[in-house]
Design a binder for this molecule. Structure first.
Ligand code: COA
Length: 725
């Protein structure tokens, strides 16, 4: 087959001739997203094909790691963003009389899959994964994906794929009717090139077999959804389910679109999709989710570090401490095939820890989400030991011992001795001074914090703490490793509690003051949960352990970090003293029947007694609005301080930490994004008002407005834009 040089067309799409086949080659790295220039290039490429009547078919192929992975998410922000040019291009592409065939690899997603579905045939390599993930951005497919997918695979699977945003593997897509044929890429070439070679050859044989190019033309818009009639209440049930999550309006919108696809002519379905798309594009949920998409990717980049910094290799990981945390951390590595050595002080504690990991895997297997063979394979990667020396050949050792500075320093000193030169030493402390721990190892350049969140095998967040002396390649290695274990990572500087727990401190402080003033745990949790947070502060601490929370406060006191206020976190300390550690002891802020939290009059009695002891006035007029302001605004204020001090590199990092690690609602974008949505002047006003509440000023500075917040409010700037341009 000979390729003739292509006439120059708008980059990044080229049109070429390969014998009697026309070829549109897309090259818009990294993921061939549909930028305006790509769409323009596609339009021009199609025109070139239309102007060449001797060609029998058109093949669409993308270079690099994937077929088009979606619309360019960043272009959705543009005020003049419109799907019209792309949609009319797809209509023209499909309407042609000569076959158009998509060659798929990587992840054809969103607008990329919509392009493939407008083609007459889809050939894919077996590793391809396809999907319409727009819902994850609070959107729906806006280029007829909602109308074509049900026509190809039926409304049931289509709605499932669109509402979950999950990807479907090519072999399953073949069965479902989304892919027409699996092909094997030509060997010895980079994946995309091998696919192109095999694909062009296959198209040529298809043309020969079909006995005429026109026989290959099959338009999905003209198909009837397969799978026979649906249950009469299918769509009303789906709408009722979507109505349970009104904060994600795209879910109900997708039901409307899928129903249109199976009940209305294509053109009318198109109108329904356009109307729903316009609505969700303007929704707060979508703006928030798009913000988080880019914030998550930006968080992985460390300012000032070269992209090509040589990294250290991590082939074997050691973990000290086989408690719930240590075991959970170990699972992350075993899950991706990295061998782990789990070290404990005593055989009993080690056995308990290993048994806990096994039980966790067994529970996953019981739910059908893992095979028994996989359980054994992962357990096979986990070696337990009571011998510290076993850590000597690990490339990374994470200590996950109890949150106590003396103990952490002692373990750090031993690790400094035992770990081989070049090994990374990480501490899983959630509040303590990482620099002090780093010094204790005697090799602080090798040390950083890896703050996992409980349950460590489930929670997506990894807060990486950069010490004053952490070597750049140590930091970069751990950030890369975070991706390998499927975590979203953000960097924090060293300070009490780092980004997340430091911001949680004033939030917990106000929750406890409100309890002393007369609010109930249920009242506080309900007000916070109504804002979309997964759990209110009382339920959260009951689950994490009041002992853990109280000890953190006590350690902070020892380090001289507490305000001169005996009522500060007095309730948490009292509950700890009384052995009310939360869920695990059956009583904390609530009492528990199994996992169910029940109101406990005893807590009210304790709160009232503490109020009397500390001269706090009890009130009966605490409203949900007051709770929200008093908990969330100081948290936001602390975030502004953190930004100003350079503890966080960017506002988006704070939002990632809170949404991925603390159950903050993603449809509100994170605390900083939310602050901008509320309006900074309103927050400053409320902070000032609460500071004057008792008429006695604010002796402990609890309500002092962060200078950065005050400045942004005064200048009409968004906190989210701090540090940009
Ligand atoms: N628009 C604009 N940029 C995109 C993009 C899109 N649709 N999809 C990915 N990117 C960018 C990322 O921002 C990142 O850029 P960076 O390297 O400058 O940070 C780069 O492409 C690589 O993405 P990343 O997610 O880090 O790579 P990956 O290999 O882990 O995953 C995808 C690739 C395509 C699976 C993943 O990026 C994804 O799911 N993208 C969204 C797809 C989508 O929702 N499409 C529908 C949009 S309507």
């Amino acid at each position: 087959m000979t390729a003739t040089p292509a006439p120059a067309l708008t980059a990044p799409v080229r049109f070429e001739r390969h014998g009697l086949i026309g070829l549109l080659r897309i090259a818009n790295p990294p993921v061939n997203a549909l930028s305006p220039a790509t769409v323009a290039g596609l339009i021009a490429g199609l025109a070139a094909f239309e102007a060449a009547p001797d060609l029998q078919a058109l093949v669409i192929h993308a270079e690099g790691r994937t077929f088009v992975a979606g619309g360019d998410i960043s272009s959705f922000e543009a005020p003049d963003f419109s799907t019209v040019p792309y949609n009319s291009f797809l209509a023209r592409l499909e309407a042609g009389q000569r076959p158009v065939i998509a060659l798929l690899h990587g992840t054809p997603l969103g607008g990329g899959l919509e392009l493939a579905m407008a083609c007459h045939r889809r050939l894919a390599v077996a590793s391809t994964r396809l999907g319409l993930p727009e819902v994850k951005l609070g959107l729906i497919p806006g280029s007829l994906g909602t109308q074509r997918l049900p026509r190809l695979v039926g409304a049931v699977l289509a709605l499932d794929l669109m509402q979950s945003g999950r990807m479907i593997a090519a072999p399953d897509a073949l069965q479902a009717g989304l892919v027409d044929e699996l092909i094997v890429a030509a060997p010895g070439l980079p994946a995309a090139d091998g696919l192109l070679q095999a694909g062009l050859a296959r198209v040529q044989s298809l043309l020969a077999e079909a006995g005429g190019a026109a026989a290959l033309v099959r338009r999905s818009s003209a198909q009837t959804a397969p799978g026979g009639p649906l249950p009469a209440d299918f769509f009303s049930q789906a709408l009722a389910t979507a109505a349970r999550k009104p904060q994600y309006p795209a879910l109900a919108g997708l039901v409307r679109c899928a129903e249109a696809a199976v009940t209305l002519p294509f053109a009318q379905g198109e109108a329904v999709e356009a109307e729903v798309f316009a609505g969700v594009l303007r929704s707060g949920a979508s703006a928030s989710l798009r913000h988080l998409f880019f914030a998550e990717r930006e968080a992985a980049k460390i300012p000032g570090l070269p992209k090509d910094l040589p990294l250290r290799e991590i082939r074997r990981v050691g973990i000290v401490g086989a408690g719930t945390m240590g075991g959970g951390i170990a699972m992350n590595f075993a899950n991706v095939g990295i061998p782990v050595v789990l070290v404990e002080a005593t055989p009993e504690a080690l056995d308990r820890g290993v048994a806990l990991v096994r039980a966790n895997y067994a529970a996953t297997a019981a739910k059908g989400r893992m095979s028994l063979a996989q359980v054994e394979q992962r357990m096979g990667l986990l070696q337990g030991s009571t011998d510290f020396e076993r850590l000597s050949d690990c490339d990374l050792v994470i200590e996950a011992v109890f949150e106590n500075m003396a103990l952490k320093k002692e373990v750090a000193a031993r690790l400094g001795q035992v770990c081989r030169p070049g090994a990374i030493i990480a501490t899983n402390t959630s509040t303590l001074d990482v620099d002090a721990i780093a010094e204790a190892t005697g090799r602080p350049a090798d040390v950083l914090g890896t703050h996992f969140f409980s349950p460590a095998n489930v929670m997506r967040l990894l807060e990486v703490v950069r010490g004053a002396k952490t070597a750049p390649e140590v930091l970069a290695t751990v950030m890369k490793l975070a991706g390998r274990i499927h975590k979203v990572a953000a960097v924090s500087g060293v300070c009490y509690g780092f980004i997340g727990n430091r911001m949680a401190e004033p939030y917990m402080r106000e929750a406890e003051f409100l309890l002393m003033e007369g609010a109930t745990p249920a009242q506080i949790d309900a007000a916070i949960e109504a804002q979309g947070l997964a759990m209110g502060p009382c339920r959260m601490l009951d689950m994490a352990g009041i002992d853990v929370g109280a000890k953190t406060v006590i350690e902070l006191g020892k380090a001289g970090g507490l305000p001169d206020d005996p009522s500060y976190r007095a309730l948490c300390r009292k509950l700890f003293e009384l052995g009310r550690f939360g869920q695990k002891t059956g009583a904390g802020y609530y009492r528990y029947a199994g996992r169910t939290a029940l109101p406990d009059p005893e807590v009210e009695r304790i709160s009232a007694a503490l109020a009397a002891e500390h001269g706090v006035q009890r009130r009966s007029d605490i409203s949900a609005a007051e709770i929200v302001e008093r908990l969330l605004y100081p948290l936001i204020n602390e975030g502004a301080l953190i930004l100003e001090e350079g503890i966080a590199y960017r506002p988006g990092d704070i939002d990632i930490i809170w949404t991925a690690g603390y159950g903050f609602p993603d449809h509100r974008g994170g605390p900083v994004f939310l602050a901008d949505a509320i309006g900074l002047p309103a927050i400053v006003e409320a902070l000032t008002r609460h500071g004057q509440r008792h008429g006695a000023g604010d002796p402990h500075g609890y309500w002092r407005v962060a200078p950065l917040l005050a400045r942004c409010a005064a200048e009409g700037r968004r906190l989210s834009d701090v540090g940009r341009g």
